[in-house]
Design a protein around this ligand. Structure first.
Ligand SMILES: Nc1ncnc2c1ncn2[C@@H]1O[C@H](COP(=O)(O)OP(=O)(O)OP(=O)(O)O)[C@@H](O)[C@H]1O
Ligand SMILES: [Mg+2]
Length: 304
């Protein structure tokens, strides 16, 4: 109290009252604060660790999805060989005809070189057409990481329809694409989105082929529904048995003798990775209807 150091007290003095130290005075408060800081530290490092683990899991998930999707693309494309062969054969056949014609023209006594030049131009164009098919095929089958770009869904659908057109024609199935908007932009991986549509169309073709129905038609319709782009793929096949409706998206669920049952599981995984939704239903008039909703990319969509 008098601020006299204990060392300066005369010998024999007895200290009856000693001011308590800071620690003794605030022991409880100090322990409480230290405890709170410790708990907070543990919580924060736990949360950071959880975040890091979630990020690693997300990257792994995307890699696995890309790998699985590639496998599924390979199996889809083995089915599409006819279509692809047709797309490549057509330009090759006309290259041959044109080359033969040019040869004949050059053999004549006074060849019309202007016409030969035109024919050579045609040959060049056909060659580019064939290489373009191969380039697209390569890009579809190559190992690509998940990438996000601005994608116009109507372009994606047109591209897939080009691929399956000959196959559909061979199976006597009419493929129609109708849209209510000039462009329909979403953010996503263009190849995976193609795969969604490709799987839905191939399933529809399988269903129709199996059914032997009179009307053999697949419609792909795109719409804008609120903040979502909507893709509807419907067919005139037998539809999905009511008992199976809830199972069709499950991995390895199949009713086909040669089916793997992974097509729709991959479709749903891709759609969900794009923050979208998918549903399966049956038309009142028969036939299955698959609807996909994907969030529209801001500022890029044109309404009808
Ligand atoms: N358009 C459709 N009409 C009727 N049933 C369908 C249709 N699409 C899918 N299904 C049913 O859903 C099941 C699962 O489809 P999914 O695409 O996942 O596998 P899959 O076509 O059998 O085999 P794959 O792995 O080769 O695609 C099909 O076996 C079929 O029973
Ligand atoms: Mg399938």
């Amino acid at each position: 109290r008098w601020h006299i150091s204990e060392n300066n007290l005369p010998p024999g003095s007895q200290v009856l009252f000693r001011e308590p130290g800071l620690w003794a005075k605030y022991r409880w408060q100090a322990s409480l604060i230290t405890g709170v800081i410790l708990i907070q530290g543990v919580l924060i490092s736990g949360l950071l660790d959880e975040r890091r683990r979630r990020r690693v899991a997300e990257v792994e998930f995307r890699q696995r999805l890309a790998e699985l999707a590639r496998l599924n693309r390979h199996s889809a494309f083995s089915e599409l060989t006819t279509s692809i062969a047709h797309e490549i054969n057509q330009p090759l056949a006309s290259i041959l005809t044109n080359a033969e014609t040019a040869e004949l023209m050059l053999k004549s006594s006074s060849p019309n070189l202007e016409e030969v030049k035109e024919i050579l131009g045609d040959i060049k164009r056909d060659d580019q057409r064939a290489s373009e098919v191969i380039r697209r095929l390569r890009s579809l089958l190559k190992k690509t990481p998940f990438e996000v770009r601005d994608v116009d869904l109507n372009d994606t659908i047109r591209e897939v329809i080009r691929f399956v057109a000959a196959l559909a024609h061979g199976r006597d199935i009419e493929l129609r694409h109708a849209t209510t908007s000039a462009s329909l932009h979403v953010k996503g991986d263009p190849i995976q989105l193609q795969q969604v549509i490709l799987n839905l169309i191939i399933n529809a073709m399988d269903a129709i082929s199996e059914a032997e129905t009179k009307k053999r038609e697949i419609r792909v319709i795109t719409n804008i529904s609120g903040a979502s782009a909507e893709i509807i793929v419907s067919d005139t096949g037998p539809g999905i048995a009511a008992d199976n409706l809830k199972d069709v998206f499950d991995p390895f669920f199949t009713t086909k003798p040669q089916g793997m049952g992974i097509g729709l599981a991959i479709v749903r995984t891709i759609v969900e990775a794009h923050r979208g939704r998918i549903s399966a239903a049956n038309h009142a008039s028969g036939g299955a209807v698959f609807t996909v909703w994907l969030p529209i990319a801001h500022g890029r969509s044109n309404s009808a």
